[in-house]
Write a protein that binds this ligand. Sequence first.
Ligand code: CU
Length: 147
Amino acid sequence: MQRRTLLTSAAMALLFGKSAFAAAPAIEVFKDAQCGCCTGWIEHLQANGFAVTARNVDDTGVYRRRYGMPDTLGSCHTGRVAGYTIEGHVPAREIQQLLKQRPKAVGLAVPGMPMGSPGMEGKRNDAYDVLLVQADGRSTVYRHYPA
Ligand SMILES: [Cu+2]
């Protein structure tokens, strides 16, 4: 049984090629040129297999609004991946879960810049929520940290 599963995945890998299994999700990130913690977050995404295109902009709020994220949930950068908006220091793990589950939503947000979130590592690990944000601006807790 186990051998059969192995053979099947090997056959699938041959059929679909590496890209079907290890496709790096492409994310576009709008950030300020001076933002160090944004760069830290981008490195966290890259380390977790994302293909990041970073764009330095004067006002990330323009993109936040354009892509449906309420200003009240704002942070220092705004990302776009597979039609979803990712605001702030959202861990790669929740973005991957979002892309797997594909809920009807605007996207995910970590409002503000909580210490201990990816790109905001330091002496403290503050508690924070990853929010799943709906088109009407309402949100629910997608995951609480520290988990
Ligand atoms: Cu930040």
